[in-house]
Design a protein around this ligand. Structure first.
Ligand code: GLY
Length: 375
């Protein structure tokens, strides 16, 4: 029997990956988690229902093309099995009228070594999303005797898990920024909640974004679950809607990270990187002034790239500034068109989840200076 699952970071040679699908995608209606996370000036506000078929087809064409590019680079690609996402989610604790999509596997699947964990996400509409990946994980389980198939504690997502009217429409951008800088988020500490895309894996160290989709209790859970790893809580005060770390803080190879210049890692949280000679450079400015229509994310999807190994990186084809910066940083950028898929759950990193990267659990931060981020 073969070893199928292994990945400790986002830059070792990628050999096997899951690429999402846009079929049946739905814009979910408002719920306590989502209403606070959709910018007030976003056209997404008040919109819900199945996404237009034409946009689904265009997104799928770009997802299929990404899969082909990866295969051409020797990467094995698996695809999820979409559900009918327009079905309601009903539990003993809540009801919401639809699910969402399986375009972004990165949000729900967290690969750490030979384990894949389904994340306890805070959106009620995403409660069953992991089911789209179950056929694949079941296959890995049958074929890889070392694969550890896990599920984080399932949250109940009752009203206690959210602060209500937390962002009222009248809150100014400055007030939002003040709240996020003070780590005052819509999600409470009632129960463990995190999205896998808030976790940056760097071998023995996990850097976890504390924000709208991940709470401190989740980090405490990770710390207990992985006694051999170090869990760090990081936050990025310039982001009024801090959701997912991968349009904010993106490693390209050992020792090098690009950081969103509007969301810089605070000075005191940089110590661990500085003490271990990691360079944090400002990411290039996005090429676009607005995201595509009906997109949850910001223009900073420009930096949401997919690193294939310490040299090659897939970057969205129209992001000319980011492509140029990759070149300057000594990477080999591979342009792939992907903007038609953005609205379904993000860019290239979001649309994929690691199954296998060659390499082990390295200690990139042996100099453990006094570190305020340690959980
Ligand atoms: N956090 C995702 C974005 O910046 O769009």
């Amino acid at each position: 029997m073969a070893k199928i699952v292994n990945s400790w970071n986002d830059f070792d040679p990628l050999k096997h990956v899951i690429v999402g699908r846009a079929d049946n995608s739905v814009i979910p209606n408002e719920e306590p988690a989502t209403s606070e996370k959709v910018p007030v000036d976003s056209e997404m506000r008040g919109m819900w229902g199945p996404r237009p078929l034409e946009t689904v087809e265009k997104a799928n064409a770009q997802l299929d093309n990404l899969a082909k590019v990866l295969e051409d680079h020797g990467v094995k690609v698996d695809r999820p099995t979409p559900l009918q996402w327009n079905q309601p989610v009903i539990t003993p604790d809540f009801r919401t009228d639809s699910m969402m999509t399986c375009m972004p596997p990165r949000d729900v699947l967290l690969t750490i070594g030979s384990e894949i964990i389904a994340a306890p996400m805070s959106f009620r509409c995403r409660y069953w999303e992991y089911l789209a990946y179950w056929p694949l994980l079941s296959k890995y389980f049958d074929e890889d005797p070392e694969f550890l198939w896990s599920q984080a504690p399932r949250p109940r997502l009752t009203d206690k898990s959210y602060k209500h009217n937390y962002y009222d429409e009248k809150v100014s951008l400055e007030e939002r920024l003040e709240r996020t800088a003070n780590k005052d988020f819509v999600t409470t500490e009632e129960e463990i909640m995190f999205d896998a895309a808030d976790v940056l894996r760097l071998g023995k160290d996990l850097f976890v974004q504390h924000g709208l989709t991940t709470n401190r209790k989740a980090m405490e859970w990770m710390k207990r679950k992985y006694p051999d790893l170090r869990v760090h809580a990081v936050n990025f005060p310039g982001d009024p809607y801090p959701i997912h770390i991968d349009a904010t803080f993106v490693p390209l190879r050992p020792g090098l990270i690009i950081n969103n210049p509007h969301r810089r890692l605070p000075e005191e949280q940089r110590k661990i990187f500085e003490a271990n000679d990691w360079e944090i450079v400002d990411a290039a400015m996005p090429a676009h002034e607005t995201p595509p229509p009906l997109c949850y994310s910001s223009v900073w999807l420009s930096m949401n790239c997919l690193v294939l190994d310490h040299k090659n990186v897939i970057v969205e084809a129209s992001e000319h500034n980011q492509l140029e910066q990759m070149d300057k940083l000594g990477m080999n950028p591979i342009p792939v068109p992907f903007r038609d898929a953005y609205a379904f759950g993000g860019a290239l990193h979001c649309a994929t989840a690691d199954v296998y990267r060659e390499g082990g659990c390295e200690d990139y931060f042996p100099n453990q200076v006094e570190d305020p981020t340690l959980v």
